[in-house]
Ligand binder design. Structure first.
Ligand SMILES: [Zn+2]
Length: 655
């Protein structure tokens, strides 16, 4: 190891001297991977000059786009995401009305939150300067003031399979960090910072405006990015660094390369400390690169442990990570809006200087954001339209992996005074919004941010946990593995996911998907009534005194389907002679009565005795006891709900 370090130091000195081909050997993919892994629809080359004094940059972008659409194309849309951070944008209007993770409902506009991405010139190689042919479009609403999507009309169409090259110069103004992009003091997170072409999907252009709750969608390809900035800044980025030159004016130029990814983000900060490590998984040894705030160094080993544990679990359960590096950014105090975010091979975490061991926030955030390397970065679903396919599936795997690494029901908080887990938190977040929106709704069309989060993240988690009850935990895992293998580096749909599960399960689960994913049905079964009566009540000669083991009783339980979600349920009854009986009901009718005649009294009745139907909205009405202890239970449950609500707030912040 020592020699390797000395060699790297030697190499770094040469690079600083301007001899940077030495580092050019570093590949963004592991040697075991056979490139290309994706279609590579796009090839971006961006040369950016960052001005930290006013948090702006100027850049030249060369984008080569290959027309794989199968038809001639003469109108192409581009995202200009940073224009969302303007007072009249759709993003701000929606955030004002429904809130989002960084903008509370009704928030007043602040000038420091202004951001923009301005195209200075737009040339199409072989077609000339088309800057004058650009016009803003708003495919999702009628907001003429929204400038987050721009379209160009070409003088002649690009033929199928033909390549077209755009040469774009642009200027960015970053906002004080909001919604995963911007600065805090000297720290910068550059996300969604360059003009990015839309995706031809389902036989049409898919290039949505930037909305308050939605994320992104883009095609796979290669990125060659140069960033020039003052020499004292530490930089992390998507892909790997392949070169570095020192410039005469006190700046440096860093060169990055990424392959088979659909986005590129980077961060810069003069004060961060770089921690490097590695983990070996089935595809090879992956370099782990942490950019830590100096005051947060105590969390570095926690980030690394969580990252290694998560990467090994994904490797074991879902499939291989093909990239040679993963970069983790620890945002500064007050830069919370930069935390908990995912970009390809690049994630942002979150911690504080006082983070106690029992509070698993750093672990949870790293787990969640690394999970997005699978559910977003590789299986690249449309985050505008099908948010549950990335956030939801990812929240489910988060629950499974956190359970495996830190223990079920204590994986969030494990202290002497209190414990909390993923499942309880997901339920707390879902219950209040259960019937408001279906999982399959487009991201910006949810009632508000609470419903978007409660359904997209938490309901999906509960739906997949409940699916384990139907087809078994192993089948759900196998289905995810097959789905990953089949759709990585592609843009699958909601139907692709559900059909894959049906196929792996060997049964048609549409009855479940239609209610759970496509519908807003609420699942709630309850014990309507229960009790035992003497069987000899009509017999005048019956002994007055009941005698245990001799007196015969008729016991009955009525199970009621209170909600509109139809689901098979198990009823477990216990008698005072120690006997336990389980009854299985298809749950179709509104209610079902069960009766038993025996020389024993009913002690208790419970629906879903294995506590496997996580979707059941009200679990307090699932059981009946012949002896009272409900007030105490409810009181404890009340405290527990308060705690999980607090964690639910934290979860709501994850992207
Ligand atoms: Zn997420």
């Amino acid at each position: 190891m020592k020699y390797v370090r000395e060699f790297l130091l030697f190499a770094a000195v040469f690079c600083l001297a301007g001899v940077f081909p030495l580092l050019a050997q570093i590949s963004p993919l592991l040697p075991s991977q056979k490139a290309p892994l994706s279609d590579r629809v796009v090839a971006y080359q961006i040369d950016a000059n960052y001005h930290p004094k006013n948090h702006s940059l100027d850049a030249q972008e060369t984008l080569t786009w290959t027309n794989y659409t199968g038809q001639p194309q003469d109108r192409l849309p581009f995202h200009l995401y940073l224009n969302a951070f303007q007072p009249k944008s759709t993003f701000m209007r929606e955030a004002y009305e429904g809130g989002n993770r960084d903008v509370p409902v009704g928030a007043k506009w602040k000038d420091k939150k202004f951001g923009e991405d301005v195209i200075k010139s737009f040339e199409v190689v072989g077609m000339g300067d088309l800057t004058g042919k650009l016009r803003f479009i708003h495919p999702d609403d009628d907001n003429a003031r929204d400038q987050t999507v721009v379209e160009v009309q070409l003088p002649r169409p690009v033929a199928p399979k033909e390549k077209v090259t755009f040469k774009i110069t642009f200027h960015d103004q970053f906002p004080e960090v909001v919604a995963r992009s911007g600065y805090k003091r000297d720290f910068l997170l550059a996300g969604q910072w360059f003009p990015k072409i839309g995706v031809w999907w389902k036989n049409t252009w898919n290039c949505h405006q930037y909305h308050a709750t939605t994320e992104f969608f883009a095609d796979f390809g290669t990125f060659d990015v140069k960033v020039t900035l003052p020499a004292n800044f530490n930089v992390g980025a998507t892909g790997v660094q392949t070169g570095e030159t020192a410039n005469a004016d006190g700046t440096k130029t860093l060169v990055f390369r990424a392959e088979d990814v659909h986005d590129f983000a980077w961060t810069a900060d003069p004060t961060t400390k770089i921690v490097e490590d590695a983990v070996t998984i089935s595809s090879g040894t992956v370099k782990l690169r942490l950019l830590m705030q100096p005051g947060h160094m105590a969390s570095a080993p926690r980030y690394l442990d969580a990252l290694k544990g998560t990467m090994k679990k994904f490797d074991e359960w879902i499939g291989p990570y093909p990239y040679s590096q993963i970069t983790v950014v620890d945002p500064p105090h007050g830069g919370n809006a930069a935390g908990g975010m995912e970009y390809p091979t690049f994630i942002t975490a979150d911690t504080t200087w006082w983070m106690i061991d029992g509070l698993k926030v750093p672990e949870l955030v790293v787990e969640h954001e690394f999970g997005h390397q699978y559910w977003y970065a590789m299986v690249a679903t449309n985050e505008f339209e099908d948010a549950w396919l990335d956030e939801g599936i990812n929240s489910y795997t988060e629950c499974k992996i956190m359970d495996a690494l830190y223990g079920r029901d204590v994986d969030f908080m494990n202290t002497r005074v209190a414990t909390a887990g993923e499942r309880g938190t997901a339920r707390a977040r879902y219950i209040g919004v259960a019937e408001l929106d279906p999982m399959t709704r487009r991201g910006w069309q949810f009632l508000d941010f609470n419903s978007y989060g409660g359904i997209t993240y938490s309901k999906t988690t509960l739906v997949l946990l409940t699916l384990e009850h139907i087809i078994g935990e192993q089948k759900v895992r196998e289905a995810q593995h097959v789905y990953f293998e089949r759709y990585r580096f592609k843009h699958p749909t909601a139907d692709d996911f559900m059909n894959t599960v049906n196929e792996v399960a060997g049964q048609n689960l549409d009855w479940y998907w239609n209610q759970a994913a496509r519908g807003t049905q609420v699942l709630d079964y309850r014990i309507l009534s229960a009790g035992s009566e003497r069987a000899d009540w009509a017999n005048k000669n019956a002994p007055k005194k009941e005698k245990k083991g001799e007196t015969e009783y008729i016991s009955s339980v009525v199970v009621h389907r209170r909600g509109d979600f139809i689901f098979p349920v198990t009823l477990e009854v216990k008698f005072d002679n120690g006997e336990t009986i389980r009854e299985y009901w298809d749950g179709q009718d509104r209610w079902q009565r069960y009766t038993w005649q025996k020389k024993a009294k009913l002690l208790s009745a419970e629906i879903d005795p294995d506590h496997a139907i996580l979707l059941d909205r009200d679990r307090f009405n699932n059981s009946w006891l012949s002896y009272p202890d409900r007030p105490a239970t409810r009181k404890i449950a009340g405290y527990w709900m308060l705690l999980t609500q607090w964690f639910a707030q934290l979860l709501a912040w994850l992207a």
